[in-house]
Write a protein that binds this ligand. Structure first.
Ligand code: NOJ
Length: 583
């Protein structure tokens, strides 16, 4: 009896001791922020050229503020020939003419800061545009001072060893250039030559450009494919066997583990980021694995703050005819997010996202975009995103429940990637009809890039001209104006959810524990902080579902729910989402 009492006392001491406390947390604004991502081309056009602009974003800052978000990440806004919509930069220190001027940017920054909104810019420095003056010089002659700003392979050495080029129909990352009888490297399209980070001059140019923007007062960078920057410049032959043995069979993992990657990130931190301690840095984690993620974001290493992985968004894609989206098992989905949560349990900081400019729309991909379930499933996914530990990145238009556009013709698309994939299928004599069908639910990035739906009028109030990409016909049901008026709209739910996250530190920093793991319909987890315990229940299915758990729902308080049901029964309607505060 006495021994049992001692054991109980020890166990409860351990429990109290192991409880997560906010006073022990290294609190940071970028951990507590909800980041709203804007694709500037598609947000709001003010000059009638059919392309969104900075003045358009400025004109919508009150709307953005009303969402309850804290930071805006802008996809690239710099001068660019737009082969890949700004991910091919020809001048890093000027604004793309279609988007406006530096004065517009200065106004945007000032107005956003006045509203307590941070501005994050996209740093695209694995590659530049082939129209950047560095590359224009570099390709002129083998002894040009800019020659080694890029990776060249003299043709007399034969063909260089294969490297993948993502937006090329032949899949090759090398392009032959007649002027100097050499090949240059491009991990994406031939209009995006890879910068040579092994050259210290290149690195210094990039650091000074970063300081230029940070000195203006921006609040951080999202770093495009940053794991790819360092290369073995001998470009050895990499066989499938090498890939299988050392890189999980994956090129992106190989490309994401270049020899000096972390030396360069440390140097960038020392020369730039450490001088602006309030600014945040986010690695786009191409090729990043659970086993390597902390190499980027462990604070003791002085590299970056956060990274985002691709495991979540890759789930359920079938490679046949470019990312056909297949059904996914909820237990797999849960495992991915649970395992990634564990990566950052002790140190570092994660992120969560379900959509962005490289993905189909969140509700079409992870929820259900039928008329019946679009609203509840959008709200359910929002509840997931904003209740996970780690910073949520939320894509413009998802707050309305915007859906995939599902084009029937290749001519409607604008994206370089979909054209390259289409050509691959065509050249291989594949089924182009099937390809187009697959894009409706699958990989096509334009699904997530259609203009913001402000109202039901022509072009959804996005432009008075001809939009660069068609507006979704469902603008009459899904738009800001109508949703602002409807208290039960997807939009108003998003606002409630940002408030709920703000008011409950446990959602941001709490200890995450999966509940009812084998359930194939419900994703449920608790979040605990300072002795407060929240339970998030998300029905990911279009059928009623039962939660198997002995947690006491009867006496719990409901913090937010997407059906007006005051549901304490343990059974959940299709796509129902509830957050409980447990007694
Ligand atoms: C990742 C970006 O998110 C994508 O949009 C772009 O095409 C590639 N990197 C190349 O910059």
């Amino acid at each position: 009896m006495k021994n049992t009492m001692i054991l109980i006392a020890i166990l409860s001491a351990i429990t109290v001791f192991s409880q997560k406390k906010s006073k022990d947390i290294d609190r940071k604004w970028w951990k507590e922020a909800v980041v709203y991502q804007i694709y500037p081309r598609s947000f709001k056009d003010t000059n009638g050229d059919g392309v969104g602009d900075l003045k358009g974003i400025i004109s919508k800052l009150d709307y953005i503020k009303s969402l309850g978000i804290n930071a805006i990440w802008l996809n690239p806004i710099f001068e660019s020939p737009n082969a890949d919509n700004g991910y091919d930069i020809s001048d890093y220190q000027s604004i793309m003419k279609q988007f406006g001027t530096m004065d517009d940017f200065n106004t945007l920054l000032k107005d956003a800061h006045q509203k307590d909104l941070k501005i994050i810019l996209d740093l695209v420095v694995n590659h530049s545009s082939d129209e950047h003056k560095w590359f224009q010089e570099s390709r002129k002659s083998r002894d040009n001072p800019y020659r080694d700003y890029y990776h060249w392979w003299p043709a007399e050495k034969g063909k260089p060893a294969f490297r993948p080029g993502a937006f090329e129909a032949d899949g090759s990352g090398w392009r032959y250039d007649k002027t100097t009888n050499s090949y240059y490297l491009h991990y994406f399209n031939f209009k995006q030559p890879d910068l040579n980070w092994e050259n210290p001059k290149v690195r210094q140019e990039i650091y000074s450009m970063m300081r230029f923007w940070l000195d203006k007062g921006i609040d951080g960078f999202r770093m495009d494919v940053i794991p790819f920057i360092s290369k073995d410049t001998n470009f050895p032959v990499i066989t499938q066997a090498d890939l299988d043995k050392n890189y999980h069979g994956r090129w992106d993992v190989y490309m994401g583990e270049g020899p000096h990657l972390h030396d360069y990130l440390k140097e960038m931190n020392k020369e730039v980021l450490s001088k602006y301690p309030n600014a945040m840095s986010l690695a786009e984690g191409a090729g990043m694995l659970k086993s390597t993620a902390l190499n980027f974001v462990d604070p003791a290493r002085h590299e970056l703050n956060m990274g985002y992985h691709f495991e979540g968004t890759n789930l359920g894609y079938v490679p046949r005819y470019f990312k056909k989206s297949g059904p996914y098992k909820l237990t797999d989905f849960k495992k991915i997010y649970t395992d990634w949560d564990a990566v950052y349990k002790e140190k570092g900081w994660g992120t969560t996202y379900l959509g962005n400019h490289d993905q189909p729309r969140m509700v079409s991909r992870w929820g259900n975009d039928s008329e019946q379930f679009r609203a509840p499933s959008s709200k359910m996914l929002t509840t997931f995103l904003l209740s996970m530990t780690g910073t949520p990145y939320y894509y413009y238009g998802d707050e309305l429940g915007m859906t995939n556009i599902k084009f029937d013709k290749i001519e409607d698309y604008r994206d370089i990637e979909v054209f390259a994939e289409y050509d691959k299928v065509k050249n291989a004599g594949g089924d182009l009809k099937e390809f187009i069908e697959n894009q409706k639910t699958g990989g096509a990035r334009d699904n997530g890039r259609t203009p913001m739906q402000w109202n039901e009028k022509e072009n959804a109030g996005f432009t008075t001209g001809t939009p660069w990409l068609k507006v979704n016909a469902n603008k009459s049901e899904i738009n800001v104006l109508d949703e602002e008026k409807n208290p039960n709209s997807t939009l108003n739910y998003f606002k409630k959810m940002t408030k709920t996250r703000r008011e409950n530190l446990a959602l941001i920093y709490g200890k995450y524990t999966l509940v009812d793991e084998p359930n194939e319909q419900i994703y449920a987890y608790t979040k605990e902080l300072d002795g407060k315990k929240l339970l998030v229940v998300l029905n990911f299915s279009d059928k009623e579902a039962k939660l198997n758990s002995d947690l006491d729902l009867k006496n719990a308080k409901i913090l937010i729910e997407n059906y007006p049901s005051d549901n304490k029964t343990g059974t959940f309607q299709p796509y129902e989402a509830v957050i409980y505060q447990l007694k």
